[in-house]
Design a protein around this ligand. Structure first.
Ligand code: ZN
Length: 182
C-alpha cells in the first residue's frame, strides 16, 4: 500500500526505443512556445516511464519524440527529486574529468566506463516555462550530459572505441534475441 498517490502513477507508460533504433540517432529540435502544451502532457508520461523502468534519466527521443526534453531524478536519500529539462544545454564545464560507469534504458543491460567533465553548468527551461540554471557535479553531472547527448542523437557507446562499441552492440542484440526466443 502506498501512503501517497502520485499523479505520475496514472500516466500511461511509453515504450522505450532500444539501440540500434535510427530514431535514437536523430538531432531533436528545440521546444518552441507553441510546443509547451504537448510538452506538459508528455512530462508526466516521461517521468512515469523512467520510474517504472527504473532509471535515473530519460530523454524524449528515447520514446520517439524528437524534442529537446529530458527528465532526471537521482532519488537522493530515496526521496524523489524530479527535474524536467526543456531545451537544456551545457553552458560551462569544469576542468577535471571523471570516469563513471554508464548504462542507458535504450541499451538495456549494457554498461561501460565513460570519461566526461566532472562538473557542468546546465541552462534549461522548466515545466513552468522559467529559465533555470543548475551547477552539477558527480553523478548528476554525468546524468545531465548523458541526457543532453540523447537530444543530439549521441549514445554513451559513441564514446567507446569501435571495437568495444561493436562488442557491446552485439551482446545487446544477442541478449534481446535470446529473450525473444524464450
Ligand atoms: Zn540513455
Amino acid at each position: 500500500m502506498r501512503a501517497m498517490t502520485d499523479p505520475a502513477d496514472n500516466a500511461a507508460l511509453l515504450p522505450i526505443l532500444v539501440a540500434p533504433d535510427k530514431a535514437l540517432k536523430l538531432k531533436a529540435r528545440r521546444v518552441m512556445p507553441g510546443d509547451m502544451d504537448a510538452v506538459r502532457a508528455l512530462l508526466p508520461r516521461l517521468f512515469a516511464t523512467m520510474y517504472a523502468a527504473p532509471g535515473i534519466g530519460l530523454a524524449a527521443p528515447q520514446v520517439g519524440v524528437a524534442l529537446r526534453v529530458a527528465v532526471v531524478d537521482l532519488m537522493p536519500d530515496d526521496a524523489p527529486a524530479p527535474m524536467a529539462l526543456i531545451n537544456p544545454e551545457v553552458a560551462a564545464v569544469g576542468e577535471d574529468w571523471a570516469v563513471r560507469e554508464e548504462g542507458c534504458l535504450s541499451l538495456p543491460g549494457q554498461y561501460a566506463d565513460v570519461s566526461r567533465p566532472d562538473r557542468v553548468r546546465v541552462r534549461y527551461t522548466d515545466a513552468e516555462g522559467r529559465a533555470r540554471e543548475v551547477e552539477a557535479e558527480g553523478l548528476l553531472a554525468t546524468c545531465l550530459q548523458h541526457e543532453i547527448d540523447h537530444l543530439d542523437g549521441v549514445l554513451f557507446v559513441d564514446y567507446l572505441s569501435p571495437l568495444k562499441r561493436n562488442m557491446l552492440m552485439r551482446r545487446l542484440a544477442k541478449e534481446r534475441k535470446a529473450r525473444a526466443d524464450e
